[in-house]
Design a protein. Structure first.
Ligand code: TXA
Ligand code: MG
Length: 324
């Protein structure tokens, strides 16, 4: 076994924390069978105890270790999209720790696609509990450097797997109730989910803190962020600069010549490219100590739903009592 992987496994076995790359974002991992280890995740993140964490697994057989009364739809989705950026919320099996489930009767399960995550899970042989490896309320990390800067001194090991290919967190679908429900949009769309299970998804009943990311300011930079339509972007930025403010823009088109005084970043045109670079862009702009980050809203279409969701949560004034 690769020595780094060997080290990661031994850290997990003795109850330590290992950050690992997934195709969505980096995860802050602990042995899911060790409640004391999982508790460390909460203190490192500064995350309230009532928030459930996803258990990452590497085989379909492991589903039954964590969940019971698993509906056929779960296997259909797992076969179609796992390993991949999809989390299934199922009824939890007897004996699963409240520390993992936040005291709820459900469990979130995901089989990640990143080769390092897969190798780690296979070598460890058990479930790994892992939320995104960021402090509570902040932007998820999509590179090892992001994690290093934010949590470097608080974890035992960071496995570097480069930039995450998807770049935004997994789609979460709840299959624990009568009707399947979307809890968090992600790269796998509602349309793909419905087509696979041949059922419509219902709107999630948001019973905070079931999915903390579903209610309010989440995925947020420290700098205030606002969504401003393309036609008004230059005018608003100019006005703020005129008031002595430092402004950064994340747009989908090049700046006008007159905008040389504004920090202007052009995001990729495709939804996939935009998602892949979104958090790195927000982190970089956040590090410039601006007064505002102005973001041009993405275009319409289902491919952009998850991106719009994350941008809306990063915006000022979208609420503040519930962070993840
Ligand atoms: O892409 C991802 O899902 C990443 C990578 C690391 O796998 N993980 C991630 O974890 O985003 P986290 O904890 O930052 O967000 C997971 C969301 C939380 O909002 C949590 O409340 C929800 O999943 N969740 C976990 N278990 C749940 C459960 N049993 N019922 C409802 N929601 C659950
Ligand atoms: Mg998170």
């Amino acid at each position: 076994m690769n020595p780094e992987l060997e080290k990661a496994v031994s850290i997990l076995r003795r109850g330590g924390l290992v950050v690992f790359p997934t195709e969505t974002v980096y995860g802050l991992g602990a042995d899911a069978h060790n409640p004391e280890a999982v508790k460390k995740i909460f203190s490192v993140k500064g995350r309230p105890q009532a928030h459930p964490v996803i258990v990452h697994i590497s085989t379909l057989e492991q589903i039954e270790q964590w969940a019971c009364a698993v509906p056929e739809a779960a296997y259909q989705l797992a076969e179609r999209f796992w390993p991949g950026p999809l989390t299934l919320v199922l009824r939890r099996a007897a004996g699963v720790s409240d520390v993992i489930t936040g005291g709820q009767n459900t469990i979130g399960l995901r089989m990640p696609a990143h080769h390092i995550a897969q190798a780690l899970l296979a070598a460890f042989g058990n479930g790994i509990a892992a939320p995104s490896a960021n402090r509570y309320g902040h932007i998820s990390p999509t590179t090892a450097q992001h994690v290093f800067r934010e949590l470097g001194d608080k974890v035992d090991l960071i496995l570097d797997g480069g930039s995450c290919a998807v770049g935004i967190e997994s789609t979460i679908v709840d299959l624990s109730a009568e009707h399947p429900a979307l809890l968090r949009p992600g790269w796998i769309s509602v349309q793909q989910l419905s087509a696979t299970i041949k059922q419509r998804l219902v709107e999630a009943q948001v019973t905070s803190p079931r999915v903390p990311g579903s209610t309010t300011s989440h995925y947020a930079p420290d700098t205030k962020l606002a969504l401003i339509n393309a036609e008004q972007l230059t005018m608003v930025a100019d006005k703020l600069v005129g008031e002595g403010k430092k402004v950064a823009v994340l747009a989908r088109s090049e700046p006008l010549k007159s905008c040389a005084h504004i920090i202007w970043r052009v995001a990729p045109q495709s939804a996939a490219g935009y998602a892949r670079t979104l958090y790195a862009n927000l982190r970089e702009l956040d590090a410039l100590s601006c007064d505002w980050i102005l973001v041009e809203p993405p275009p319409g279409g289902p491919d952009w739903d998850a991106i719009k969701d994350r941008l809306a949560r990063a915006t000022v004034g979208c609420g503040d009592e519930d962070f993840d």
